[in-house]
Structure formats: structure tokens, C-alpha cells
Design a protein around this ligand. Structure first.
Ligand code: FES
Ligand code: FES
Length: 157
């Protein structure tokens, strides 16, 4: 089975394993975190064809051939993605365990509808939990990323 991850193709042994396990164990992409393991925390969020998916809930074979984006594939060389930069600028984390999932969900959110209001943003991000309670700074980062999106041409992948 072929997995397309961050623009590269990988031959993976077909087996009933979650995408999260394959990313972390086979491909060494441990930026995707395991929290609850049952679809409740969002720590394992990755993008599949641009949509946020919980890697702990889906088998790798279910996304064979689709475009998978993990946090490792977001920056362009040394140039951070604007959402990553906004999270740093707004100090939108403490331990940062939740951060890759929040960042990828935010990328999908801003791609889908950059004009969402505050309540809708909160609703969109509701599947991502932060045990450190950095929610206010995360919201600030989402707003900041959206502003920079409007001022830079190709900010959101
Ligand atoms: S580890 Fe997948 S949602 Fe929590
Ligand atoms: S910053 Fe620690 S879980 Fe969110």
C-alpha cells in the first residue's frame, strides 16, 4: 500500500493499524501526538485531502493514495507556515502537546472559511483539547494567522 505523506510516497506494509501508529512508528513522524487514542482530544489531527482527521480513528489503508499532511510537512523549508508563526507569536501553548493538532485544524479552518466569526471558530476547534488551558492565546493565534493570510498571497496550503 502506498501512503502519500507531505508530498512523498511511502510503501507501507498493509495491516490493520491506525494512521497515527503508522505515521509515528513506520515513518518517524512523531509530531502527530497520541492523547486519548479514542477520538476525543484532537492531539492526533492530520489533514487528509485538506480535511482534519483524527489519526487514531482511521486505519492507514483507508487513506491510501490520498494526500496526507502532518505538522512536519507544513513549513516550506525554513519558512514557517503563517499559522505556525502565529502560534509562536501569540505564545499559544504551554507544554505544546496539543499544538500540532490545533495548528493543522486551524489551517483547515482558514482554508474552508476565513470569514468565520468567533463563535464559529470556537465550534470548529471544539474537537481539539488543551490540557494547559491555552485557549485564549490559541484564539488570538487563529485571528493573527487569518490577518496575515489576507496580507500574504500563498499563506495557507
Ligand atoms: S489521540 Fe486521537 S483524538 Fe485523541
Ligand atoms: S499547551 Fe499543553 S496541552 Fe495544550
Amino acid at each position: 500500500m502506498i501512503l502519500k505523506v507531505n508530498g512523498n510516497e511511502f510503501e507501507i506494509e498493509a495491516a490493520a493499524r491506525t494512521l497515527l501508529e503508522v505515521l509515528r512508528t513506520d515513518l518517524g513522524l512523531d509530531g502527530t501526538k497520541e492523547g486519548c487514542g479514542v477520538g476525543m482530544c484532537g492531539a492526533c489531527t492530520i489533514l487528509v485531502d485538506g480535511k482534519p482527521i483524527s489519526g487514531c480513528l482511521i486505519l492507514a489503508e483507508q487513506v491510501a493514495g490520498k494526500e496526507i499532511l502532518t505538522i512536519e510537512g507544513l513549513a516550506k523549508g525554513k519558512q514557517l507556515h503563517p499559522v505556525q508563526q502565529a502560534f509562536i507569536d501569540e505564545r499559544a501553548f504551554q507544554c505544546a502537546y496539543c499544538t500540532p493538532g490545533f495548528i493543522l485544524t486551524t489551517v483547515a479552518l482558514l482554508n474552508e472559511d476565513p470569514n468565520l466569526g468567533e463563535g464559529e471558530i470556537i465550534e470548529y476547534l471544539a474537537g481539539n483539547l488543551c490540557r494547559c488551558g491555552s485557549y485564549q492565546n490559541i484564539l488570538n493565534a487563529v485571528r493573527k494567522a487569518n490577518e496575515s493570510r489576507k496580507s500574504v498571497a500563498d499563506v495557507i496550503t
